[in-house]
Design a protein around this ligand. Structure first.
Ligand code: ME8
Length: 535
């Protein structure tokens, strides 16, 4: 991603507490933001925003059910989101709440500009209202869905109201041309095709306000600046967050956003409505809109009625037993980043944990650290250089270069999982290399054959340096554990170093003669597949 980089997540509704789905998208953003900071070597060139969407009607309803005002309820749940994201070790630069003045004043500014240009006007709307999603469906969409909410299955209600409208139809041709000219504007490609397909049905103007009624709850939101009889529709208010936060001199370099991340449920708002609003405001469009799929649990869709959400409590129980890095790893490498849903399955979690972490990077780093400790007192001797195993098809330095290139390529399409798995590919090759070179056997011959000692040093250096490169590629997914490894091996990335230079085998940041490589603590203890899931 080009510098400066601005990565956003949806802002989440505060009618309820966070769950794995919210943590997943913000976790994906976290991993991409960490990669981006590493890539440029300058953390101030990356901005990562997450937050909460607070002016929804359902916030008013849940607040009332809990005997609280909407703001009290929003405060409480926004705090729960912030706490959850802190516990997951997310490195967002900001957490926006749509009830904050900094956001509200900007929304009014944008609406005023759209009123002045005539792109927002007063009219009447009739449509099918999906109360559970706070969204109107057109006649065609409602018919296709059998007049029930395609998301929640609740009945749709026909409603008419005087509203302010946004001239969405005016921007249809420009949007279509933009999508055609920018093949990676909407990803994954299958989602892009869906959007293009729906665009063929044509765009109608959309309401951007709701009438204020006698019900005080209808005042929950930002009032239209020209007409206190209307408040701004929650979705319009919410979409503006991406711009409102960085629309000030110190942060303006971050617009346009590099990527808006979300799940497929809200792609239309981000890929169609938001870009058209930006065109109307004469602002550049985000470079990319990326919609992932859903998490399901043990093969079943998560829902309130089934009560089967992977809640924050379940996530904490996993983190307590296996470590937060292990949970991050599972989410990032097994998550629904593409077009298929992903299953949160305990058996799969343990399988992946053992394969990639305990028996993968953990075991490999510990074997190599132990051998350097045992045979060389934990210090790489003079003259170490890369050793290529007889019978191997490629050197470990070539493998590191290929993996680093694969990481970069995966990042081009926001594929954080693939970017991380490139690090595990190195670990697997180090394991094979150890099998081919048998350093533990060689160590038994050094007394009789002094040249064996030099070869042994070269072999262990080669392994350690390859693991160091792997650790750099793995660090955005496993930040705590890789920092632990770096501290045992004295190879923490220098401030200002770029991903490219850190990931180069025997490069300026590499291990060398005199580097102290100590055993360190075990990174990941093997998990017992027979143990029941934490709850
Ligand atoms: O839609 N799997 O908020 P929201 C994966 N406020 N991701 C999931 C998920 C699942 N099962 N469930 C939720 C809103 N998500 C609006 C957004 S943005 C201007 C306004 C994630 O609380 C995913 O990112 O319903 C999805 O798009 C988002 O939560 C919806 O969050």
């Amino acid at each position: 991603m080009a510098s400066p980089t601005y990565i956003t997540t949806p802002i989440y509704y505060v009618n309820d507490r966070p769950h794995i789905g919210h943590c997943y998208t913000t976790g994906l953003a976290d991993c991409l933001a960490r990669f981006s900071r590493l890539a440029s070597g300058d953390p101030s060139q990356t901005y990562f925003l997450t937050g909460t969407d607070e002016h929804a009607d359902k916030v008013v309803t849940s607040a009332a059910a809990h005997g609280m005002t909407p703001l009290q309820w929003a405060d409480r749940n926004a705090a729960a989101f912030e706490e959850a994201f802190r516990a997951c070790n997310y490195t967002h630069d900001d957490f926006v709440r749509t009830t904050q003045d900094r956001h509200k004043t900007k929304v009014i500014e944008y609406i005023n500009a759209l009123l002045a240009s005539g792109d927002v006007y007063l009219g009447e709307y009739t449509g099918w209202w999906d109360a559970s999603q706070e969204e109107y469906l057109t006649e065609t969409m409602a018919k296709e869905a059998g007049f029930i909410s395609p998301v929640t299955g609740k009945p749709l209600v026909k409603r008419s109201e005087k509203n302010y409208f946004f001239r969405l139809s005016k921007y249809q041709a420009r949007l279509k041309a933009h999508i055609d000219a920018h093949p990676t504007f909407i990803l994954p490609e299958a989602r892009r095709n869906e959007v293009l397909g729906r665009l063929r049905d044509g765009l109608e103007d959309i309401p951007v306000s709701r009438a204020v009624t006698d019900d005080p709850a209808s005042r929950w939101g930002i009032l239209m600046p020209n007409d206190p009889g209307h408040r701004i529709y929650v979705w319009i208010d919410a979409l503006f967050n991406y711009l409102s936060v960085v629309d000030r001199p110190e942060l303006s370099r971050f617009w346009p956003a590099s990527v808006h991340l979300m799940a497929k449920d809200i792609l239309w708002f981000h890929a169609v409505i938001w870009p058209c609003m930006l065109m109307a405001l004469n602002r550049p469009l985000p470079r990319r809109v990326y919609a992932h799929s859903y998490w399901v649990r043990e093969g079943v869709k998560m829902s309130k009625s089934l009560g089967n959400f992977v809640t924050i409590e379940v996530m904490q129980a996993y983190a307590a037993r296996y470590g937060m890095d292990a949970l991050r790893w599972y989410l990032l490498t097994q998550g629904p980043s593409g077009t298929t849903d992903a299953d949160f399955s305990h058996a799969r979690f343990v399988e992946v944990f053992n394969a990639d972490l305990a028996n993968g990077i953990g075991n490999c780093a510990s074997r190599v650290g132990n051998m350097i400790d045992k045979y060389f007192g934990g210090v790489l001797p003079e003259g170490v250089r890369e050793h290529v195993a007889e019978g191997s098809t490629r050197s470990l330095s070539a493998c590191c270069a290929a993996s680093a290139a694969n990481t970069m390529k995966a990042l081009d399409t926001c594929d954080a999982g693939e970017a991380l798995l490139a690090g595990i590919a190195i670990v697997r090759e180090v394991d094979q290399y150890i099998n081919l070179t048998s350093p533990f056997k060689l160590a038994k011959t050094v007394d009789a054959d002094p040249s064996a000692k030099t070869r042994l040093a070269d072999i262990l250096y080669t392994c350690a340096e390859a693991i160091r490169v792997a650790s750099v590629l793995l660090s955005p997914g496993l930040p705590t554990k890789m920092a632990q490894l770096w501290s045992a091996w004295g190879c923490a990335p220098a401030a200002g170093a770029t991903l490219e230079s850190l990931a180069s085998f025997a490069g300026v940041h590499g291990l060398r003669a005199g580097s102290r490589v100590t055993k360190g603590e075990i990174l990941f203890m093997r998990a017992d597949p027979a143990e029941p899931a934490p709850a």
